[in-house]
Design a protein around this ligand. Structure first.
Ligand code: PTJ
Length: 252
């Protein structure tokens, strides 16, 4: 389907197309469509823009990745089709390893995602060599690479599931989550939660990393409260809103 760039929902429709195409190509798991739809709904509540608490979280994430000994970016199907190039750029900006780590694991999907990242310039992608385990996680979700997530001190997990996020925290790792839903278990369990779309968040973290973001203390609970407050402002029923609900212009 060809979507004219003048369409008011161009960006959003392009993302849908990429996810749907990703399912056809066997890169995105079919349930990734549902996850994407949930993300879209939350993104709408943000005005489809990076709100200021998310920008602060992106800066905090950049500082933690740059200062890490072994930072790792965990890549799943949705992230791969939406933001492969941004993953590679962020890995380069922060000296992080890339590891394909899937909720619905299959060797075939891992291979395809590794290939996609390589097409976008990645020189080494971990994930095929899952020779270690995340303690406390049953079945395939616990598999990871001893050179990647297993030894990482900082792990960036876009679109993560809550259990794995908690298990990584239990391993004393700093977990940076990108999740449009500030209420999710992942959002609650992460060390730094970025309530933003992965397509905006990853390039922003790379930009802050290149600018040399400084390491400062981080209150994730307070950040999540601010994100929820921003959403509530958009939902408030009032004839006279306290502030412009869509500062960047209302999504179409
Ligand atoms: O590729 P796999 O096998 O690892 O599977 C990946 C999915 C996404 C299917 C799997 O991790 C899953 O089922 O995720 P959940 O539990 O549905 O959670 C996805 C979360 O990501 C939800 O809270 C969504 O709001 C959020 N989300 C969806 N799209 C985006 C997003 N967050 C940021 N950017 C997005 N584009």
């Amino acid at each position: 389907m060809s979507i004219p760039p003048s369409h008011p929902r161009y960006q959003s429709l392009r993302m849908r197309e990429k996810i749907a195409e990703g399912v056809t190509r066997g890169i995105v798991h079919p349930t990734g469509l549902i996850a994407h739809g949930r993300g879209e709904a939350y993104d709408y509540l943000l005005g489809e823009q990076t709100i200021s608490p998310a920008a602060k979280a992106e800066r905090a994430a950049a500082a933690r990745m740059v200062n890490a000994s072994h930072p790792v970016i965990s890549v799943n199907g949705n992230t791969a089709v939406l933001a492969s190039e941004a993953c590679v750029e962020l890995a380069d900006a922060t000296n992080a390893a890339l590891e394909v780590n899937l909720f619905h694991r299959s060797e075939e999907r891992i291979q395809k995602i590794v290939g996609l990242l390589e097409e976008h310039g990645a020189s080494q992608v971990l994930g095929m060599d899952a020779d270690a385990r995340i303690p406390g996680l049953d079945h395939d979700r616990g598999q990871c690479s001893s050179e990647g997530i297993a030894r990482a001190d900082v792990v960036l997990v876009p679109l993560e599931d809550g259990d794995r996020c908690q298990a990584l925290r239990a391993m004393d790792k700093t977990v940076i989550a990108v999740d449009l839903n500030p209420l999710s278990r992942t959002a609650q369990a992460a060390s730094v939660t970025i309530v933003d779309n992965v397509v905006r968040a990853l390039p922003a973290i790379a930009r802050y990393a290149r600018q040399g973001a400084a390491m400062e203390p981080w209150d994730n609970h307070a950040c999540l409260q601010e994100c929820r407050a921003a959403m509530c402002r958009l939902l408030r029923l009032s004839d006279e809103p306290e502030e412009e609900p869509y500062p960047g212009g209302q999504p179409g």
